[in-house]
Design a protein around this ligand. Structure first.
Ligand code: ATP
Length: 238
């Protein structure tokens, strides 16, 4: 790809106390791409997303967004730069309606145009049908849709998605992946963390495999689908 880098992680190192969770990783996400981070449990995928969104401060290395350093920038400011996140475990507000959850995603705007809500309801017709329902009573798949829709209400230029397919039935997983593709086609760059390697790689322009805090291998989705190390460890083959 010849598009400009939107996000660049350079030699990023993150610690939890004495434990080093990221051992100097380099990741580039270009404008318009879908990039996936794969890796076993504990590899550092969630840590990477939490560091980008300003919830963790790296001990060393750089995060550049649109060419500007953003490591050390507080989380609320990172959101205002156009980096939206749907966190692991789809944390919706259970006692609020679907619509009110979506409006929470737009809290940084003084006014929320109806067209922003309409755009999310177009992506997720299921949420429109259920707009007055309490979020806590939605199914797992619907809550995942709501978490992504809420992030979209912040009009992100870069969307960070942490395991959007986790715990969902295959049919719902396919729907979620197809919506991610649609969001990307609408102009939003996507950085995705997934355990569902085969489907994520088919959707991705490029991907990185993390292993205990380091990048083991990276390449296009196609290259990694064909890579014997990836096939054996993440696609259940070999
Ligand atoms: P998973 O797929 O299980 O969510 P992951 O790739 O997202 O895994 P991380 O959650 O980033 O992995 O964890 C990376 C490493 O950092 C792990 O060894 C984990 O135990 C450790 N870790 C994560 N959070 C903390 C914390 N709050 N305190 C101490 N260690 C932590």
């Amino acid at each position: 790809s010849t598009a400009k880098p939107l996000l660049e992680l350079r030699d990023l190192q993150v610690f939890y106390g004495a434990i080093q969770a990221l051992k100097g990783i380099d990741v580039t996400v270009r404008e318009g791409e879908i990039v996936t981070l794969l890796g076993a449990n504990g590899a550092g995928k969630t840590t990477t997303l939490r560091t980008i969104s300003g919830l963790l401060t790296p001990r060393a290395g750089e995060i550049r967004y649109g060419g500007e350093r953003i490591d050390g920038v507080p989380a609320h400011h990172v959101v205002s730069l156009g980096i939206g996140q749907s966190p692991e475990g789809r944390r919706v507000f259970p006692m609020m309606t679907v619509t009110d959850n979506l409006l929470m995603g737009a809290y940084r705007f003084k006014k929320v145009p109806q067209s922003d809500l309409d755009r999310v309801f177009e992506l997720f017709p299921r949420l429109k049908e259920r707009r007055s329902q309490l979020a806590g009573t939605l199914s797992g798949g619907e809550q995942q849709m709501l978490a992504i829709g809420r992030a979209m209400m912040g009009r992100p230029r870069l969307l960070l998605l942490d395991e959007p397919s986790m715990g969902l039935a295959p049919l719902i997983v396919a729907q979620i992946f197809s919506i991610i593709k649609e969001i990307n086609a609408g102009g939003t760059t996507v950085l995705l963390v997934e355990q569902n390697a085969a489907q994520a790689l088919k959707l991705s322009d490029r991907a990185y495999v993390l292993e205990t805090g380091s990048v083991l291998v990276s390449g296009t989705g196609e290259q990694l689908l064909a890579d014997p190390r990836v096939r054996e460890a993440y696609l259940g083959e070999g």
